[in-house]
Design a protein around this ligand. Structure first.
Ligand SMILES: [Zn+2]
Length: 474
């Protein structure tokens, strides 16, 4: 595994990689234990480009473009990046100045960086036990290493729907460590017994004034059992820099005390979260599998449903009629192996996976605004198959529709964070004026979607915010 990861890192220049390693230590030392001291305003205001006013220019020559919106690649084009922005796209030749970095695309495909809409940057690599008992510095370093690997898989933006990723995000934005753009939700907010309550029976009952549970201390999840408690926890995440708020509205797979059929937050509790988020000009998304939890969330003003694998036809129509986003996943069958055979969690996982086909068919039938993400948790090996999980969508969508979902469509959902979007600008598209998050693919991914399954070989250039993180053509 170390060798494989080492090869992945090889895309970074020696200086960048050394910088990543050195500064990840600093990020770890600063980020997690000192969460409360982190200046939050800096995290909610636009992050300045790392480039000085004399912004460097990169010129891609002779590339075919998949723009993140259409169903085909263009003819040969030239694309000029200035600083962090795509400045010019033209079929005419562009004469480079001496200072330009020129990349001869050789007819390869230039496409937007991939976006994972359901990611947990801090929870990808550790086991649950490591998360709840591990040293925070170690966990931050683990997350920083995963962030670099995520970027080198071609994922240039992730929407983080739970976990203490504020410090990691800051370190990435400051250039201390290589990683994707992160839109953080902060702690998952759950009711007592809900999805996200990882307490042991000996920790019950919770008494007023008692210390926070370990999961809450880490910032991974917060427990709230009234509209007032919900408001408090939501506002805390906003203060820390959340770009959207995540609640769990129904049961979940990985939680030990959370049957799938339950609805958790009451409508007034959900409304309290929505009001607090909307006062901050952003939105609430909820984890919800079944119809009742989805319907209640929509009634309370929630804008995005995560998962939705057990919804029925009437709920699909309700989602469509209200213009609600569905952010769903294609869970791999092998994920079942994360849970012991016959266990409560394993049975729940099987029920959820069985619903995938129905949900995606309903999403298509009612033309629901559908975003895609992976929800990879506690599995470094699954994370290495990131692109493969995206390619699974071709069971329901064309290759072009699949790629549009992970680029242009996901980019639209990012904008829902409004003024709390830390990366204002267009993401997920290749067009003039958009942010320069780009992949140069050795082939045509619409003709051969499997190219995205092997990013190490097939993504020959990876650019984020105008900066080159990998270039095999050098
Ligand atoms: Zn999740």
């Amino acid at each position: 595994m170390a060798n494989q990861d080492g090869r992945r890192e090889a895309g970074l220049t020696r200086r960048e990689f050394a910088g990543s390693l050195m500064c990840a230590c600093a990020a770890a030392a600063l980020a997690w234990p000192a969460r409360a001291q982190t200046p939050s305003v800096a995290q909610t205001t636009p992050v300045p480009s790392p480039f000085p006013s004399t912004a460097p220019v990169t010129l891609f020559r002779n590339v075919r473009i998949f723009d993140g919106k259409g169903d085909s690649v263009s003819g040969p084009m030239n694309v000029q990046i200035r600083g962090s922005v795509i400045e010019r796209i033209t079929a005419s030749s562009i004469a480079p100045e001496a200072s330009y970095t020129v990349i001869d695309g050789g007819g390869r495909t230039l496409m937007p960086g991939l976006i994972d809409h359901h990611w947990h940057a801090m929870l990808v690599r550790p086991t649950v036990a490591q998360l709840l008992t591990g040293d925070t510095g170690y966990l931050n370093l683990m997350a920083a290493a995963e962030a670099s690997a995520t970027l080198l898989r071609g994922f240039t933006t992730v929407r983080d729907v739970g976990g203490p990723s504020f410090g990691l995000k800051r370190a990435i934005d400051e250039g201390l460590v290589a990683g994707p753009r992160i839109l953080p939700s902060g702690a998952i907010i759950s009711v007592t017994s809900g999805h996200g309550d990882f307490r042991q029976p000996y920790e019950i009952p919770r008494t007023v004034g008692a210390p926070l549970s370990r999961g809450e201390q880490t910032g991974a999840a917060m427990i709230a059992d009234s509209p007032d408690e919900v408001r408090l926890r939501v506002r805390e995440q906003l203060m820390l820099g959340a770009s959207q708020i995540k609640l769990t509205a129904g049961g979940g797979v990985a939680s030990p005390h959370s049957p799938l059929d339950v609805s958790t937050f009451t409508e007034p509790e959900l409304r309290a979260a929505v009001e607090a988020a909307e006062n901050w000009n952003t939105y609430v998304t909820v984890h919800a599998y079944h119809a009742e939890s989805i319907q209640r969330a929509i009634a309370a003003g929630v804008k995005v449903i995560e998962h939705g694998h057990l919804m029925d036809e009437a709920t699909a129509k309700l989602i469509a009629d209200n213009g609600i986003w569905l952010s769903t996943q294609t869970f791999p069958d092998e994920l079942a192996e994360a849970f012991p055979p016959g266990s409560f969690e394993r049975i729940k996982f099987t029920q959820v996976v069985a619903g995938t086909d129905t949900t995606l068919r309903l999403a298509k039938k009612y033309n629901i605004k559908t975003a895609w993400g992976t929800d990879i948790l506690f599995s470094a090996s699954l994370a290495r198959r990131h692109g493969e999980l995206l390619a699974k969508l071709v069971k329901w969508y064309t290759p072009a529709e699949t790629l549009v979902m992970a680029t242009g469509t996901n980019g639209q959902l990012l904008a829902l964070s409004g003024k709390r979007n830390p990366y204002p600008g267009r993401l997920g598209v290749v067009e003039e004026g958009a942010l320069a998050d780009l992949l140069l693919v050795d082939g045509d991914p619409i003709a051969n979607i499997k190219l995205i399954e092997d990013p190490e070989r097939n993504f020959v250039v990876i650019m984020k915010d105008g900066r080159i993180y990998k270039n095999l053509l050098r």
